[in-house]
Design a protein around this ligand. Structure first.
Ligand SMILES: *Cc1c(COP(=O)(O)O)cnc(C)c1O
Length: 392
């Protein structure tokens, strides 16, 4: 059976050249970077090189970059670590209703510890209101955490404006850039970002590795305790092969950013146009222009998203309904709800995300299969039958 992977936002394959680079660090150059012998020293050098590579891609200093176990840990650390360090200044944090659960659940945990969190609303395209953000910042606000590009609907926030506001108001600004890194040119200095989350497997690197950028001078406490790794801020023996792979993926992403974006945008818009032109009763979710280059998100009326996913999977097509992390629960996506979609419409949603290995032929195949599955599901739907009867 033909297999088409259109879930690059959930995870991307490790590029073969990235994997090649990682191999020797498992079997040959396996030393612990903290050791004093040559086995260790070699890896200490390569670790520093990897740190330089990733730091350069975001215009950060090498000492402002810390490797972690991925986006989830970086989000947890940025938020809980700043809260812990700044609690004497204030106990108020600001975020949005459409964050990844790594941010939302960390915020909820802080609420249980006596912190207060404001969850900003977004408009029907997924954007926060900058005036609203300004008015919510208080004397006791210590952190604003707003994602760069949303993982479900792709909407990109006005990060430069948010950075400016936070700088003026003297509150730290953290952004979860897991979906944006590798898809947008990010200069943390120009954008006034104080803390930024990145992840390896979303940029064609390995899973289980990521980074947190922490601007020099930002007060942050450790959330993990142990050895002196990562300049005493993030203990645990460094995952050297994964870090090497992450840096190689970051280097490639940075070098090929323009072509990568162009390719994705062309495929994304082709997919969007074909679906909107050839299928009835469909809504395109997210922002029309300020958007992740690979993201499409549709709501099909009279359809249940899970059945749609299964129907597509039976035809070899991998998509997602909402977020990969919430599938398994029957609640509609918190992101689509925040955009103001009704329960029914949110339930009939499908996210298809294209990536570097996607082809136009794959999109054509997907659209043809999608049309068939939707017709099949609608023909079984009592809601659709009601709708047709009312049209008569
Ligand atoms: C995938 C993702 C994360 C989590 O990153 P992991 O490396 O999988 O832990 C966090 N935020 C966003 C926006 C994501 O898409």
């Amino acid at each position: 059976m033909k297999r088409v992977y259109l879930d690059y936002t959930a995870t991307a394959p490790t590029k073969p050249e990235v994997f090649e680079k990682m191999k020797k660090y498992y079997t040959e150059q396996f030393g612990n970077p903290s050791s004093v012998h040559t086995f260790g020293l070699l890896n200490r050098d390569d670790l520093l090189e990897a740190r330089k590579i990733v730091a350069t891609t975001i215009n950060a200093d090498v000492n402002e970059l810390f490797f972690t176990s991925g986006g989830t840990e970086s989000d947890n650390w940025a938020i809980a670590g700043v809260a812990k360090a700044m609690k004497n200044k204030g106990k108020h944090l600001i975020t949005t209703k459409i964050e990844h659960h790594a941010v939302l659940h960390t915020m909820q945990d802080l609420e249980k510890q006596g912190f207060e969190v404001t969850y900003l609303e977004v408009d029907d395209m997924g954007k926060i209101d900058l005036e609203n953000l300004k008015s919510e910042i208080r004397e006791d606000t210590i952190l604003v955490s707003i994602m760069y590009a949303n993982n479900e609907v792709g909407t990109v926030q006005d990060i430069a404006e948010i950075g400016k506001i936070c700088k003026e108001k003297k509150v730290y600004f953290h952004t979860d850039a897991v979906q944006a890194y590798g898809n947008f040119l990010i200069d943390v200095k120009k954008l006034n970002i104080d803390l930024m989350t990145m992840s390896g497997h979303k940029i064609y690197g390995p899973k289980g590795v990521g980074a947190l950028y922490v601007r020099k001078g930002v007060k942050i406490k450790n959330i993990l305790h142990g050895g002196a790794q990562e300049r005493k801020k993030r203990p645990g023996t460094e995952n050297v092969p994964a870090i090497i792979g992450f840096a190689e993926a970051a280097r490639i992403a940075h070098k090929t950013l323009d072509e990568h974006r162009e390719k994705l945008i062309e495929l994304r818009d082709y997919l969007r146009d074909r679906v909107l032109n050839e299928i009835d009763h469909v809504k395109y979710n997210g922002h029309p222009t300020d958007r992740h280059p690979g993201n499409t998100n549709f709501s099909f009326h009279f359809i249940e998203g899970e059945s749609l996913l299964i129907g597509l999977d039976m035809r070899g097509i991998a998509g997602s309904s909402g977020s990969a992390c919430t599938s398994g629960s029957l609640d509609p996506s918190h992101v689509l709800m925040a955009l103001g979609l009704s329960h029914d419409i949110a339930h009939g949603s499908l996210r298809l995300t294209v990536g570097d290995f996607t082809t136009k032929e794959e999109i054509d195949y997907t659209v043809e299969q999608l049309k068939e599955v939707i017709t099949w599901l609608r023909n079984m739907s009592p809601l659709y039958e009601d709708f047709l009867n009312k049209q008569k």
